[in-house]
Write a protein that binds this ligand. Sequence first.
Ligand code: ACM
Length: 537
Amino acid sequence: MTSPRTRTFTLVAGLFVGVPALLLTGAGVAAPSTQEGLGAQATQTGTPDLIPRPVSYEASPDDEFELDKLSQIVVTGESGETRTVASRFARQLHRSTGFGLPVSTQPARDGDISLSTKGSESLGDEGYQLTVDDQVSIVAHTAEGVFRGLTTLRQLLPPKVEAQTRQPGPWVVEGAEITDEPRFPYRGTMLDVSRHFFSVDEVKRYIDLASLYKINTLHMHLADDQGWRIQVDSWPRLTTYGGSLEVGGTPGGSYTKRQFAEIVRYAADHYIEIVPEIDTPGHTNAALASYAELNCDGIAPPLYTGTDVGFSSLCIPKPITYEFLDDVFREVAEQSPGPRIHLGGDEAHVTPHEQYLEFVPKAAALVTKRGKTVQGWQEIAETPLPPGSTAQYWGTEDPRSDGLARMAVAQGAEVLMSPANHVYLDMKYDENTPYGLTWAGLIPVQKSYDWDPATLVDGVSEEDVVGVEAPLWSETLDEISKVEFMAFPRLPGVAEIGWTPAADRSWDEYKGRLGGQAPRWEILDVNYFAAEEIPWQ
Ligand code: ACM
């Protein structure tokens, strides 16, 4: 389009059904052709297999982009942050393409990728415009928006771009004009590292895979009955003893401050915010076992490696409970730069209800004291919450849970949607799923996709909802490959629910795009469940 450069087109497939394909030969000589026998990359709907589906995608059938050994990533007059995003993308693509992809401030030429944060403020933090012709241009308002646009470009490139080793080209992208921004600001998944502990590398692997679908929040369930997983220097036995085991009695583990910082940094590099959860006042056996003085009777229970819930509680009347939580939230806040801390609040079955109502506001005040906003499971909505709090719906469209969500809305709290019968990734797909639970029902892929956050609960509408999160509880999952099996293919659908306008989503169209992820997952070695209702490519 601009400065010419010698490029060789051998074959450009006809890419869109119903549109006469162009066969380009030599240096851009175009000759009409037909769709027959071409168009291997086209889907039945004629749009690429992008997930989440962008707000607007217009094909430019006359254009195409090819990345080659002379390609540069052009970043002019931008923040250091955008240059960092560019360098990271270049390193990632270098592995499979072998191209140097220098980050440059020279004017962009054909074959270059140019990145800019000069886009309008109306694009928000995550929106971007992506144009593919002889060049790729991504315009956003922030470096994060540029990152989201590059994530789309990654999906537009052939799946082999994900490979860790050098692959043969060509690296061609069909011409297109994309304008995109998310529906909700919070698109998350949760990893339970308490029931089974996952190493830093395993968490990074989960971040890698979630990030490909524009997930922007990783909620880490760091403390439960079976294990305490984050270092707290003022209460060291929480990890040295309370973190020593996991479900089944196998050795557990915990993150040192240095390791947790590594997770936070890795997540931030992928524009994923960590939400640390310390579950209270129930789900606290690991803490109660570590410190006898936290128990009402002063006697520490043994460590617990089973999978029952709802049997433990902090001692609500004891002052030391709040000294403990003040220290814990301080040290967790110091380790977590994100704005939120999750204080749990679910299934406090042995906490006297009056005491529960007294406890939550006191615990919440210890969170806000550290400059963080409060997130908690839906039960916290029964108590007055500080401004800016988030109540996380985990119901099954049952009257009690729906009522709690409405109580959250009534007091001005945001609702985060994690309906257990749709997005609990630990629920089995069908009766043959080798692990997982069934208490919220079986969740086939369609059921995880076919629901809407703004219409699920009467009285909770679009403006009350901050987003969606797919929790993954690990009672039955002791390896990251099993986590992958439960999350894929359901997690990309949840990511799309959070990103794509409701009116643009339909299962019949989505499942085709989902099927198109298989080649990418094969290369990334994702242990996904090949559900038979998906037309896998
Ligand atoms: C939960 O599943 N207990 C939040």
